[in-house]
Design a protein around this ligand. Structure first.
Ligand code: SAJ
Length: 419
């Protein structure tokens, strides 16, 4: 089967490569010349486990080509970003609209169009169908349409794409069945079929569930702090209950999904209360962390702080929606000098990422935001003398605190109830 994949990002590229290495002829299309050139040269434009090897295999198979323009195919798979309009708190569907506009001139009888991007409820019916029908063809009569929201976790995308269960919503049963037979070439998990709107809802519920539960953990951390209780011990004990699974508190929620998708539910409904409140709680966490740092540095003149980790989570180089950005902005507004160390992230907008020594020299407080495993390798005894004041705030409960204390650091863990 010939498949045209629109959007060669974190989801589109691995999907295209999995299809190409499983017998399909795949054309990957992207509007960004740099991405086209990078991939054409056999390089994956972002960090993702095993993806370079898969690109190599796909290219060697002769089944994978990268192009700027959409071409005729049997299947069109759209995997483009659906960011949030931050001011309005509604989905920015420009990329989905443009990609769908690019597909319809190539649409032929019996083609299948698949949307993988996460979208607000009703988008497939209200936005995609009218555009695709500009081809003169009728959905469910002449062509098929399915929504197959991706579920893979950045950092482990390939493994999750292959092994996770998958939900597929179809405009009709045949659309869903056709999409299922396509994904079956690489998905080892179960594939569950439903109507298209239910699939949109399922995806949004999944990420909202996580956001709400992280907000709950963050609220627990604040209650524990107030009451002199260590939230990490308390959560561990509560999770011994067979039906309780409290997530981890932290400096806030980042990434292109969990911090965004809940708003896609609120934009269409007047019924969202817990969802909006959870967003608010998670968004307030960088400020909460900063208040903790401020208490530690009350008497310090011209404070300098060092942020450890600006990725949105541990062990990825992705900084989209990272809570570190808000933390840094707020800290600078307080008049703090902020230095950054991140052993995984290479580029962070216009902000400089320093080597460890430079980042901690004359610093008054390290604030660990992203839980990169590499931070555990740091020997606190070797860096302490470079610091002006020996404070560390661990918002992820990542480090060996005994070791850092023995080296002479004053250690504060988010939600440890210690001050
Ligand atoms: N976080 C916490 N506490 C936790 C877990 C996470 O504060 O206990 C924070 C992380 O540090 C990060 C944010 O939440 O800032 C999101 O991280 P994540 O690991 O929960 O999720 P993502 O964004 O990397 O990937 C999610 C996944 N969705 C779910 O787990 C429901 C993934 O399966 C989805 O495919 C992806 O979103 C997506 O594209 O929707």
């Amino acid at each position: 089967m010939k498949i045209c994949v629109l959007g060669l990002g974190y989801i589109g590229l691995p999907s295209a490569l999995l299809l190409a290495t499983n017998g399909h002829s795949v054309v990957g299309v992207d509007i960004n010349d740099e991405i086209i050139e990078t991939i054409s040269n056999g390089i994956v434009p972002f960090n993702e486990l095993m993806l370079s090897e898969l690109l190599k295999r796909a290219m060697e198979s002769g089944n994978f080509a990268v192009k700027k323009e959409v071409e005729d195919a049997d299947v069109f798979l759209i995997a483009v970003p659906t960011p949030l309009d931050k001011e309005m708190k509604v989905a920015e569907l420009r990329h989905v609209r443009l990609a769908t506009e690019a597909v319809y001139p190539h649409l032929k009888k019996n083609n299948l169009v698949i949307l993988e991007s996460t979208v607000p409820l009703g988008t497939c019916e209200k936005l995609l169908v009218p555009i695709l029908e500009k081809s003169g063809l009728k959905v469910c009569e002449d062509f098929y349409l399915a929504h197959c929201p991706e579920r893979a976790m950045p950092g482990d995308t390939l493994h999750e794409m292959i092994n996770n269960d998958r939900v597929i919503g179809g405009m009709d049963v045949e659309s869903a069945e056709l999409a299922k037979s396509l994904y079956s070439c690489f998905v080892r998990g179960g594939i569950y079929l439903m109507d298209i709107k239910t699939a949109e809802f399922v995806k949004l519920m999944e990420n909202t569930f996580r956001d709400v539960n992280i907000a709950l953990a963050n609220e627990f951390a604040q209650i524990a702090e107030e009451s002199g209780i260590n939230v990490w011990n308390a959560i561990e004990l509560a999770n011994k209950h067979p039906r309780v699974n409290i997530l981890k508190p932290g400096p806030g929620v980042g990434g292109h999904c969990i911090a965004i998708d809940p708003w896609f539910l609120t934009e269409n409904s007047t019924r969202c209360r817990m969802i909006s409140l959870s967003r608010e709680i998670n968004n307030s966490m960088p400020n909460y962390v900063l208040q903790t740092v401020k208490r530690l540095l009350e008497d310090v003149k011209e404070p300098v702080i060092t942020v450890f980790g600006v990725a949105y989570k541990g062990d990825v180089d992705d900084t989209r929606e990272t809570p570190a950005l808000k933390f840094i902005k707020l800290a600078k507004n307080e008049g703090y000098k902020v230095k950054i160390y991140d052993p995984v992230v290479k580029v962070f907008g216009d902000k400089k990422i320093l080597e460890l020594d430079d980042a901690i020299r004359d610093s008054d407080c390290i604030t660990l935001i992203a839980e990169h495993t590499k931070f555990k390798e740091i020997d606190p005894g070797k860096i302490i003398e470079k610091m002006r004041n020996k404070n560390i705030v661990d918002t992820k409960n990542l480090l060996d605190h005994k070791k850092w204390k023995e080296a002479g650091f004053s250690v504060k863990v988010l939600g440890d109830g210690a001050c």
